[in-house]
Design a protein around this ligand. Structure first.
Ligand code: PLP
Length: 215
C-alpha cells in the first residue's frame, strides 16, 4: 500500500461525497490493517467464507457483500452484514429478509443490474430490470432496506462503452427513485480502473480493491 496515494484518494472521494468501500478480497489481515489504520471503515468482500475469516479482526467496520450470494449462505452473514450489493432475485431478497428478521436486524440492500457485455456477471438483466423490480412487492420484505442499485461496467478499454453502461445504471436508479421514497440514495458503481468515470456519471459509492493495495 502507498499511504500518500490512498490518502489522496480518500480526500478526493470525500470532496465528491462518494463513499469508499475498500475491497479486501484476496488480501490478508496484515495487508488490510494499514487501510484500517488510515480510518477506512467500509470493507467489501465477494465471498462469504473469506468475509467471515476477517470480520473479528476489524472492529467497527461496516461490511459489504459485493459478490454473488447463494441463498443458503445468507444466514452466516445476517447477524452483522451492513449492505448486500448483489441482490439479483426475489428469492434472495426473501431469504435476506427472513434472516434479518431472525436476527432482529434491518439489512441494507442494493439491486444488482447486469449491464456489461460479459456473460459471467450476475445481476438482473438490464433488458427486463425495471419491469422485474416493479413486479416485486417490497412491503413483504420490511427487514431489507433497499438503498439503490449496483452494477459493473464491461472489462473493455472503450471509454464510451463504459460511460454508456454507467449512464444506464444511473438511469435505472433515477427511474426507481420514486418507487422507494425513503433511503434510496446509493449508486454503487466504479472499481479501480473506472471509478473516475463512474463518479462523473453519478456514482455515490465506489468499490476499490487493487488501487488501494498497490505499492
Ligand atoms: C473485486 C471487485 C471489485 C474491486 O475491483 P478492483 O478492480 O480491484 O478495484 C469491485 N467490485 C466487485 C464486485 C469485485 O468483485
Amino acid at each position: 500500500m502507498n499511504p500518500t496515494k490512498v490518502r489522496s484518494i480518500i480526500e478526493s472521494l470525500e470532496e465528491n461525497r462518494v463513499t469508499l468501500v475498500a475491497v479486501t478480497k484476496l488480501h490478508t489481515v496484515e495487508e488490510i490493517q494499514p487501510l484500517y489504520d488510515l480510518g477506512i471503515r467500509n470493507f467489501g468482500e465477494n465471498r462469504v467464507q473469506e468475509l467471515l475469516e476477517k470480520v473479528a479482526h476489524f472492529p467497527g467496520v461496516a461490511w459489504h457483500l459485493i459478490g454473488h450470494l447463494q441463498r443458503n449462505k445468507v444466514k452466516y452473514i445476517a447477524p452483522f452484514i451492513s449492505c448486500i450489493h448483489s441482490i439479483d432475485s426475489e428469492d434472495l431478497l426473501a431469504e435476506i429478509n427472513r434472516q434479518a428478521e431472525k436476527n432482529g436486524r434491518l439489512i441494507d440492500g442494493l439491486l444488482q443490474v447486469h449491464v456489461a457485455q460479459e456473460a459471467s456477471k450476475f445481476g438482473f438483466p438490464a433488458s427486463t430490470f425495471l419491469q422485474q423490480i416493479r413486479e416485486i412487492d417490497f412491503q413483504k420484505y420490511p427487514h431489507v432496506r433497499i438503498r439503490g442499485v449496483m452494477g459493473m461496467a464491461s472489462m473493455v478499454t472503450d471509454q464510451n462503452q463504459i460511460r454508456a453502461e454507467f449512464q444506464q445504471i444511473k438511469s435505472f436508479f433515477d427511474a426507481l427513485k420514486s418507487d422507494f421514497p425513503v433511503h434510496f440514495d446509493t449508486v454503487s458503481m466504479g472499481m479501480s480502473g473506472d471509478f473516475d468515470l463512474a463518479i462523473k456519471e453519478g456514482s455515490t459509492l465506489v468499490r476499490l480493491g487493487s488501487i488501494l493495495f498497490e505499492a
